[in-house]
Design a protein around this ligand. Sequence first.
Ligand SMILES: [Zn+2]
Ligand SMILES: [Zn+2]
Ligand SMILES: [Zn+2]
Length: 276
Amino acid sequence: MHIRILGSGQDAGIPQIGCSCSICQVARNDSNYWRFGPSIAVIDDMNGTFIIIDASPDLKYQLEVLREMYPGIGDIKTSLKGILLTHAHFGHCFGLWHLGRESLSTLDVPVFCTSRMKLFMEDNYPFDQLVRGNNIKIIEVADNREFEINGVGFNLFAVPHRNEVADTVGYVIDSGRKIGYFPDVDYWTRSITEIIKSVDIALLDGTFYTRDELDRFDEVPHPPVLDTIKLLGNVGNRIIFTHINHTNPLNLDGRERKYVESRGFDIASDGMIIEI
Ligand SMILES: [Zn+2]
Ligand SMILES: [Zn+2]
Ligand SMILES: [Zn+2]
């Protein structure tokens, strides 16, 4: 069993639409620097099935790449065993649209989320259409209560984030090894920090390297990578930064990347594989 990172970018991915910053220009000239919207797949190599966490708007392309890498996955409609949502922001759930009848036209794909997120989807287009059309079957899961999909344990934990229409969570995956997935938060609370320290591997919000990277940081706060490194110090488990914004110098091969790596932290890339 392993995790494959389907997308390591912030919601809009890299290059970001309409942006001509130096990093987006580098990415336009070299697709090695591209990042799709945030998502991971938990893949069962034994039977070619998979679960995804976060349904980014790039889902269509992400699943094409996945199928190319793992021909054993076969028919997406039967091998996709579930989708876990972290929250309602564009980059994390709009990929569900691809399940509708204009596209993949799935039948009852289990979608796991909180009760607030479930209410939001049942009441709002186009998610309500997916529910009524039986493309998805929403399964409400409660905070800190373990559940199982396809033989893998999951647990969800609320995190502080801009919750305009629903709430936000991160997940711990338990396949014998524990993997934390907390891609999008405003800041690290003490309880989430304890969870991060307790898992074997953690994929964490690495949106910004520092807080002065964006004029409107206060409107869209995230824990800067430098602060997270300071907070976690030498925890000893594997930490991988993901949900990386186009403004983040970690996109390039400069001194910032060298510093993060020298401290023992990793930077996610699309296609990265994590054995679990
Ligand atoms: Zn996001
Ligand atoms: Zn840019
Ligand atoms: Zn968000």
